[in-house]
Design a protein around this ligand. Structure first.
Ligand code: ZN
Length: 67
């Protein structure tokens, strides 16, 4: 499972997992664990927060417009 998380409003969006070889999905030292799942979280800012950041006059209530 992979997620994108917005640092500004904490919105989480699930995304299709990255394809190809992704660092850290295979542990170098699994300490005896049998790994059956790994999660990837992409941290950043969602489009709404980016828009709010680029339009300062509209940023005051942007985080309250949750649907
Ligand atoms: Zn956001």
């Amino acid at each position: 499972m992979c997620w994108k998380v917005c640092r500004s409003c904490s919105r989480m969006v699930d995304v299709d997992c990255a394809v190809g070889h992704t660092p850290c999905l295979t542990a170098a030292d699994d300490s005896g664990f049998e790994i059956d799942e790994a999660e990837v979280i992409y941290w950043g800012r969602c489009p709404e927060c980016l828009a709010a950041a680029s339009a300062p006059t509209a940023s005051a209530h942007a985080s309250e417009q949750l649907s």
